[in-house]
Design a protein around this ligand. Structure first.
Ligand SMILES: [Zn+2]
Length: 172
């Protein structure tokens, strides 16, 4: 896999950009995701503005395969997104709690951008994601419908309970 390391100390002043292409392997590392296939072009543009200040623009375009929330079959998710952040080398502690600037310890020689790229892509996935109406797998929908009906039957366990029988008699 391509390295997403940004060489903070040796980066020339001015702007430069690097391009990457992400496949499914990028999303199946230490923290696996529900992405089963991917074809995403990433452009990272970095501008070194001073000894310690950098401006970064990530542009991610492409598509992913993720399971549909309704039928669980793979569905295609298209993305086209840009994320911009400033980076400043300062102090000794990494601070990513600010909105527009990422503080990186002064002593660091490089910054791994892979987590940022990953988050930028994954954040484009809506919380609820489903096939367009009518495009879910009909067999899966039928199967899921049966499972749901079974679950309801299991919950309906008042039948045969003597207390309920007594109550029913009172109601009659
Ligand atoms: Zn579906």
């Amino acid at each position: 896999m391509a390295s997403f390391k940004l060489n903070l100390k040796t980066l020339p002043f001015g702007s430069q950009s690097v391009n990457y292409r992400l496949g499914a392997d990028f999303f199946s590392g230490d923290e696996p995701t529900e992405v089963s296939a991917a074809d995403v072009d990433v452009e990272i543009e970095v501008t070194r503005k001073s000894e310690r200040d950098y401006a970064l623009t990530l542009t991610c375009r492409g598509k992913l395969s993720i399971p549909c929330d309704r039928c669980l079959e793979p569905m295609e998710h298209t993305l086209d997104t840009t994320y911009q952040v400033n980076i400043r080398q300062e102090g000794e502690v990494l601070d990513d709690s600010r909105d527009t600037v990422l503080i990186v310890p002064e002593a660091w020689h490089e910054l791994d951008l892979a987590p940022m790229v990953r988050d930028t892509v994954l954040l484009t996935i809506p919380i609820m994601h489903t096939h367009a109406p009518g495009e879910c797998n009909p067999q899966m929908m039928e199967r899921l419908g049966e499972l749901e009906a079974d679950a309801h039957d299991d919950n309906d366990n008042t039948a045969g309970d003597p207390r309920w029988d007594a109550l029913r008699k009172l109601m009659e």
